[in-house]
Design a protein around this ligand. Sequence first.
Ligand code: PMP
Length: 405
Amino acid sequence: MYDIKGIREDFPILSRTVYDKPLVYLDNAATTQKPRFVVNTIVSEYYSVNANVHRGVHFLSQQATDLHERSREAVRKFINARSVSEIVFTRGTTESINLVASSFVCSQMKPGDEVIVSVMEHHSNIVPWQLQAERFGIVLKVIPMNDRGELLLDEYERLFSKRTKLVSVTHVSNVLGTVNPIERIIGIAHDYGVPVLVDGAQSIPHMPVDVQALDADFYVFSGHKVYGPTGIGVLYGKEYWLEKLPPYQGGGEMIQKVTFEKTTFNELPFKFEAGTPDYIGSVALSNALGYISMLGMDQIAEYEHQLMCYATERLKEIPGMRILGEAEHKSGVISFLVGNIHPFDMGTLLDRLGIAVRTGHHCAEPLMHRLGIEGTVRASFALYTTKEEIDALVEGILRICKMFE
Ligand code: PMP
């Protein structure tokens, strides 16, 4: 039994009002709300265990270190990594991709070598590669998609050359909701001996993820999109690759021995964790993962799938509705336009009805270009979203349509 009422009670913010109307929060792809359990963790750790980790001999420092490292183990278990050495804490998806882009390109690539991304990437999986392209003369190649928003795998395979060194692709599109066939994408790349980075920002909250079963070389995600706090995220990397890559930033924690002549680096994963880590955030993140594990990722996926089908059906009842992205496998997100109503007008008027959606290019301008539009309205769901909220969205859109008649 999926106890939606009980679940919603775990998220205090869901019972607030905006403009004297019940909040209908449909901006979960941007960030998710936090259960009481996660917020309480932050408060209680600051009040009772706070001390810098790893370097202290005193009681609190050891306790904080213990909690932090246990959180790493919880993340390892959640995505089924082989070892905690493969779990690097970062600030989020963006920093994780920048880390790989920076360390991989400078150590594994030469001018003219190629990275493959897809047309539906978030800017954070485009711009880091472009920064490296400017510095090291590497080349970006782009997997195209069909009009339903599905990547063209034949075209993808044709992009490989002797110079292809890395594929970096999103698991789920934050605009179209497309669930990409990531196992096949990884399988094809591996046939060419090329490693794959998976942007898991939009998959980790919605489906079980097993990095070993996927055989992903790198898998990255943000804590705040999976019911955890902002400011913490994860880079999973196969030990084989993390060992090969040089450090991303220098400072404390990541060193073994420092002299003015030569510095040696700490073992994995600390080699990539310069400075004081977010040891409170890591514990809160592990509790967020604990919370959703308790509900069951399969149950969450099933519940959200039903919501997605319901929302798609209901939205299609609206005259002039155009849904962007009609892939066979979708998750979490529905982008749409209605008649000639500008997405910004739609978003602003929905907001006045208490309904929070996102409008604009969703940090995916090349995808907007491919679709021939400037932006969309995006409704995105979470484990606490209800059918009643989807009904409120549909009624709100119909009301706004009337105003524009
Ligand atoms: N990739 C995708 C697919 C995303 O949806 C997002 C966030 N919208 C990001 C990357 C960036 O995540 P963050 O801002 O948490 O680093």
